[in-house]
Design a protein around this ligand. Structure first.
Ligand code: DHB
Ligand code: FE
Length: 276
């Protein structure tokens, strides 16, 4: 039987990936962000997830404005990169988990989430930065299932819809008959607006992190417009954390958490939770 080992929310600011690639985690002003990953690495060593389901918002790499799914699920045997948010990327490839992908897709459609099915999909800096934070050194041992949530072009899914989507994925994981130890990742946020550099709302971000743990349903009562007003247009990346929390249902314990303002133009945050 498949089970959910835990859930990780993390910022995916390209400067994080660049710092990791240069091995300069201890030298940057946001070094505490990387330090908070030490307990995460210990936890990964103990729990050894074999699949990572990664909720993220595609940044125009796989989906442009002419073709924008609300929810898209990867069903490929491998995912290549093309953008890590800085410079020409080195070619990389991430192993898929096709049987679980198809099980998720079938379960989601039966559960009234009519997702786009992606048998080919490029994996952008949002997914890759999260995996590099978890497994520095580029040796990613988990198979991945990228799940894209439209956070770019209206009409956007609401926080409530994203929470329910995550819950449906949580149910689908638990009904997968094969053995799989699944880590669910929400890659995005927290507050930022790249067109209005530096729009960071630290009180909102900190309140959001508390609610992710103790009262995620409170976050589902926001409208998309309210989130944009409070957290900036790219603050909508919070949807990825909300979906992650929907999947990791019930009471949770926090293994590690950090908030660092700013990382680049973003309220930088990480939180690892596990089901109680
Ligand atoms: C930044 C943040 C993002 O989420 C992103 O996708 C690109 C850049 C930033 O703060 O620089
Ligand atoms: Fe982003």
């Amino acid at each position: 039987m498949a089970r959910i080992a835990g859930g990780l929310g993390t910022s995916h600011v390209p400067m994080i990936g660049r710092t990791l690639a240069a091995g300069k985690q201890a030298e940057v002003p946001f070094a505490p962000f990387f330090e908070a990953y030490a307990p995460v690495h210990d936890w990964l060593g103990e729990r050894k997830p074999d699949v990572a389901i990664v909720f993220y918002n595609d940044h125009g790499l796989s989906f442009a404005l002419d073709n924008m799914p609300t929810f898209a699920v990867g069903a490929a045997t491998e995912y290549r990169n093309a953008d890590e948010g800085w410079g020409p990327p080195e070619p990389r490839s991430f192993r898929g988990a096709t049987e679980l992908s198809w099980h998720l897709i079938q379960s989601l459609v039966a559960d009234e989430f009519d997702v786009s099915v992606c048998r080919e999909m490029l994996f952008d800096h949002a997914g890759i930065t999260a995996l590099d934070l978890l497994y520095p050194g580029h040796d990613v041992p988990v198979a991945v299932i990228p799940i894209v949530i439209n956070g770019v072009q209206p009409p956007l899914p609401t926080p409530l819809r994203c929470y329910k989507f995550g819950q449906a994925i949580g149910r689908a994981i638990k009904s997968f008959a094969q053995d799989a130890n699944v880590l669910v990742i929400g890659s995005g946020g927290l507050s930022h607006e790249l067109g209005e550099f530096g729009k960071i709302n630290e009180p909102f971000d900190r309140m959001t992190m508390e609610r992710i743990v103790s009262d995620p349903e409170a976050l589902t009562r926001y409208t998309n417009d309210e989130i944009v007003d409070l957290a900036g247009a790219q603050g909508l990346e919070l949807m990825t954390w909300i979906a992650m929390r929907g999947a990791v249902a019930g009471q949770v314990d926090v293994i590690s958490s950090v908030y660092q303002n700013p990382i680049s133009h973003t309220g930088g945050a990480m939180m690892l939770i596990e089901p109680r």
